[in-house]
Write a protein of this length. Structure first.
Length: 100
């Protein structure tokens, strides 16, 4: 793997589960589920949260979630708060936009 700090590297991926209105995921907000997915992606790749330099997070319909859901998810995954986070709201294209 390249050691150039300017290179972008995707080391793993995990997605949040699909649910239904009022179903078993009802107690969780999107940043909590996102934090779980980020934590799992880090676990699968063997990367520590402290090694992540930036988080780009796709979140559809962030209304009512508070400010910067991507930052909330990053924090819940154990990534240090001194790292930048970006939340992308592009409806179905959020995840694709996050990796392009």
């Amino acid at each position: 793997m390249s050691k150039d700090p300017k290179d972008v590297v995707i080391v793993g991926a995990a997605r949040t589960p699909f649910g239904k209105l009022g179903g078993s995921l009802k107690p969780f907000q999107a940043p909590e589920l996102g934090g779980m997915a980020i934590k799992e992606a880090l676990k699968r790749s063997g990367i520590a949260g402290s090694e992540v330099s930036e988080t780009i997070y796709g979140c559809v319909i962030p209304a009512g979630l508070g400010q910067i859901p991507g930052r909330q998810a990053m924090w819940k995954a154990g990534i240090p708060l001194d790292r930048p986070a970006l939340t992308i709201n592009k409806v179905c294209g959020s995840a694709l936009k996050a990796v392009t």
